[in-house]
Ligand binder design. Structure first.
Ligand code: GLC
Length: 553
């Protein structure tokens, strides 16, 4: 498999709104990030993925862009951006931008023009359809609730929005749209950025028949089958690759809702005709149930393992994996897959980190994960800010699918706001995030869980991540070794082997709070060296609660 810098790198995702506020308005900003670059440098990460920083009315916290070539006022100016980029590069840290081009904001100049009249030159930049039987063109539901179609009474037509009605979908069938997107991307590349994380990129090609879907609970059909991995998505990405990506040395990762292993092999084909890698969602969905993501159930190890192993083994030699436990759309890793009680938070966060960073692929760390930050556990709906959470609560309780109490339980488990509470820098007021009033409440545990404390404690989660990242730089096998699953029938352990040129690495992780029988390290004491473990001393024949251990032979 070909060597690439982005395969060897560790990526750190920043959600700028919640990272660091430099001017006291309660919202994180670019200068706040620049001020904390030394922290990231100390951690050892190679790349920052910046969630959107472009001008936006913030219906969906920047994932609704009204100008791709200017910076959101709350976050600063283009000069601030240029300084951030230069300061990051000076430290050898690269910057990957979020590229949101499935849709724009309805306040984008293109849409303002498009909705003016049916003969406006921008009309065809978006997806407009005639009414069907006097109503919506089909029964698709938007991801943030309600119909995916918004009526425009001036022209008596509807426009498509897969997300909120303030996020109209761009019409990728229109060559001019594609050209504008490529020009904008080149403009950023010429500025010196190092890649793109492509927002819902699997959704840019829709089923041209726009058929009705099957309705399960509620009034609207799930639109995913008709908008994800559509007929022309690969042709568009190949074109984008020819026009832009292939002209630079970039990290590219496509957020690919609904992607299967076979599709991923095309998106992230190792010949490099489309993208470098994709974010797949199957391991995020193992606990999903009758109401989709809205559940408070936990993932069971056998199901989780089956998904992880499938992606590891089936992409081998064909495409590159991305590795992540959480991001700005998911609950906190330690709360979801580990154990965030006082007793096990630290040990289980280290175990999850070990498990992920020793697998094959490029690891992504979401801000605060390296501190073991936990879910917000808000008690009241009023504490939530996320459009998806608030709409889901309203829709499900109104339709009496779930009671308010049940829905709050689900939000505590899976709301996106769990990941969006401010970064916990120190134990001072507002965790050192802002001197003003934070746009969303902090998790009160910032007093004990914070960066300052962890940097001072050699045994902290922060230092453990630092060690994992450093190991990746030292051992090729961690990046390029072939993955082989172990203990495939165990109910609580996740274990695997990596092999490269006569070397072998064995990793085993206990995902439970009970001591578990485990003999895979037996006899290795004199043949191998321990690379890392979250326990100082081991007991023979077992793995202790949330123990993780990696041995190199
Ligand atoms: C992606 C983003 C998410 C956003 C959505 C619409 O899934 O990660 O935050 O709400 O796309 O842009």
């Amino acid at each position: 498999m070909e060597k690439k810098w982005w395969k060897e790198a560790v990526i750190y995702q920043i959600y700028p709104r919640s990272f660091a506020d430099s001017n006291g308005d309660g919202v994180g900003d670019l200068n706040g990030i620049t001020e904390h670059l030394d922290y990231l440098d100390e951690l050892g990460i190679d790349v920052i993925w910046l969630s959107p920083v472009y001008q936006s009315p913030n219906e969906d916290n920047g994932y609704d862009i009204s100008d791709y070539q200017s910076i959101m006022k709350d976050f600063g100016t283009m000069e601030d951006f240029d300084r951030l980029l230069a300061e990051a590069h000076r430290r050898g840290i690269r910057i990957v931008m979020d590229l949101v081009v499935n849709h724009t904001s309805d306040e984008h100049r293109w849409f303002v023009e498009s909705r003016k009249s049916i003969d406006n030159p921008y009309r065809d930049y978006y997806i407009w359809k005639e009414p069907k039987d006097g109503g919506e063109p089909n029964n698709w539901g938007a991801s943030f609730g309600g119909s995916a179609w918004e009526y425009d009474k001036d022209s008596n037509m509807y426009y498509l929005h897969c997300f909120s009605k303030k996020q109209p979908d761009l019409n990728w069938e229109n060559e001019r749209v594609r050209k504008e997107v490529y020009e904008m991307m080149s403009w950023w590349c010429d500025k010196g950025i190092d890649g793109f994380r492509m927002d819902v990129i699997s959704m840019i090609s829709k089923d041209p028949a726009y058929p009705d879907g099957t309705v399960e609970d509620g009034r609207y059909a799930d639109l995913q089958p008709y908008v994800c991995n559509g007929p022309k998505v690969h042709a568009y990405l190949q074109e984008m690759n020819r026009e832009v990506l292939s002209r630079y040395d970039l990290l590219t990762v496509g957020e690919a809702a609904g992607v299967t292993v076979d599709e991923a092999k095309r998106y992230a084909d190792s010949r490099g005709t489309e993208l470098g890698m994709v974010f797949q969602f199957e391991h995020m969905d193992v606990a999903a149930g009758e109401h989709g993501k809205w559940t408070d159930k936990r993932a069971e190890m056998p199901k989780l393992r089956a998904v992880l192993n499938k992606w590891q083994t089936e992409l081998e030699g064909k495409a590159w994996n991305s590795l992540y436990w959480n991001n700005h759309d998911q609950p906190r890793a330690v709360s979801r897959f580990g154990n965030d009680s006082d007793e096990y938070r630290v040990i289980s966060a280290k175990m999850l980190a070990t498990c992920l960073h020793m697998m094959k692929g490029t690891p992504y760390i979401y801000q605060g994960e390296e501190l073991g930050m936990t879910n917000a556990y808000f008690d009241k709906l009023e504490q939530y800010r996320d459009i998806e959470s608030i709409h889901a609560y309203e829709d499900y309780t109104k339709a009496r699918v779930m009671s308010g109490e049940e829905m709050l339980r689900c939000l505590k488990a899976v709301s996106r706001d769990n990941a969006r509470t401010p970064m916990q820098w120190d134990g001072s007021r507002n965790g050192g995030f802002t001197e003003g009033i934070p746009w969303i409440e902090l998790n009160p545990n910032y007093v004990t869980v914070n960066a300052k404390k962890e940097m001072e404690d050699a045994d902290s989660i922060f230092h453990y991540y630092k060690k994992l990242i450093a190991l990746r730089k030292k051992h090729d096998i961690i990046v390029y070794g072939t993955f082989v699953p172990l203990l495939e029938d165990d109910d609580n352990l996740y274990a695997y082997e990596r092999t490269l040129k006569g070397e072998k690495l064995v990793a085993a992780c206990n995902f439970s709070e009970k001591i578990q029988q485990c003999t895979i390290f037996e006899g290795m004491a004199d043949r191998g060296t321990e690379l890392i473990s979250n326990y100082e001393a081991h007991e023979p024949g077992v793995l202790l609660p949330y123990e993780a251990r990696v041995v190199l032979i």
